[in-house]
Design a protein around this ligand. Structure first.
Ligand SMILES: C[S@@+](CC[C@H](N)C(=O)[O-])C[C@H]1O[C@@H](n2cnc3c(N)ncnc32)[C@H](O)[C@@H]1O
Length: 272
């Protein structure tokens, strides 16, 4: 196995932090090395320096995409932090329904959507909430991630029986088709409600025409340092509708002195 030197690890981690915000702490060194090792072998590189030179000189961007597919942590699951979905249904959507009664447009962004379980859960909640009125509303959810591999899996919408275990049985019946003994696919009626795009949250420019009623950025900023996190939260704030919400992971929190969002309850913030 090719070993990584201190300098090589620093160069790769500086690059990842500068371009993607993700901090690769020294404890992550063995993990990063083993995750990247298969690419080194595949290309016949004999050192991480050779590999890094190849990543930064590849103008197509494909080498960086492949690296980020390996480096990102995409752990997620259906119904994760389910209180958020209750809050969405009981507080956020009734508010959106009142403020958007004329436009009938609900704008929700799953930022860091990984393999799709979060935005599909949001789509199922919306489906329940709007019921027979749903065809009259634009309920499409924007779901973005930096990992193309995660996004490909998300777009396919195929999950194992273990993956769909947390989903209530009625939803399993109405929103999933069984493909074979152990896998299920999300029905088109839910899949078509989610628009998947690759987007780097570190981009200076957020290219969205309209502001969001709710942004879900859960378990993403834990990989960022404080400066990167609050810079991103500021950008989220700018593109949140007045009265709109930011949801973060329950293991995360925002310092009220460093953000204009107001604390609603743990991991839920509002732009007043
Ligand atoms: C642990 S997953 C969280 C998934 C989901 N939000 C949840 O809470 O279950 C974190 C996701 O953030 C994505 N991510 C990390 N840095 C990113 C960046 N700079 N831009 C966009 N996505 C990023 C990763 O690729 C990964 O899929």
């Amino acid at each position: 196995m090719v070993q990584i030197t201190d300098t090589e690890f620093r160069k790769i981690s500086d690059y990842v932090k500068r371009h993607y915000g993700i901090e690769l702490k020294n404890e992550k060194r063995a993990l990063v090395t083993s995750r990247l090792h298969s690419i080194l072998t595949e290309h016949g590189f004999t050192s991480f320096s050779q590999y890094f030179d190849y990543v930064i000189s590849d103008k197509s961007g494909q080498a960086a995409i492949a690296m980020m597919n390996k480096i990102t942590t995409n752990h997620t699951y259906f119904m994760r932090e389910a209180e958020h979905f209750d809050y969405l249904k009981n507080h956020v959507l009734p508010w959106v329904k009142s403020v958007s009664a004329r436009e009938k447009d609900v704008r929700i962004w799953s930022a860091g959507c990984s393999t799709g379980q979060e935005p599909y859960t949001l789509a199922m909640i919306m489906n329940d909430f709007f019921g027979p009125e749903k065809p009259y509303w634009d309920t499409r959810i924007l779901a973005t991630d930096i990992s193309l591999k995660a996004l490909d899996a998300a777009k396919k919408g195929v999950y194992s029986d273990k993956d769909i275990e947390p989903i209530p049985p009625t939803w399993r019946l109405s929103h999933f088709d069984r493909i074979d003994k152990t896998s299920y696919s999300v029905k088109e009626s839910i899949r078509s409600d989610v628009i998947f795009r690759r987007f780097n949250l570190m981009d200076d420019h957020f290219p969205f025409k309209r502001k969001f009623h709710a942004i879900f950025c859960r378990n993403v900023m834990i990989y960022f340092n404080n400066e990167t996190k609050y810079e991103l939260v500021r950008k989220f704030y700018d593109i949140t509708e007045k009265g709109g919400y930011l949801f973060i992971g329950h293991a995360e929190s925002l310092n009220r002195d460093l953000t204009d969002y107001k604390f609603v309850k743990p991991a839920i913030y509002r732009k007043e």
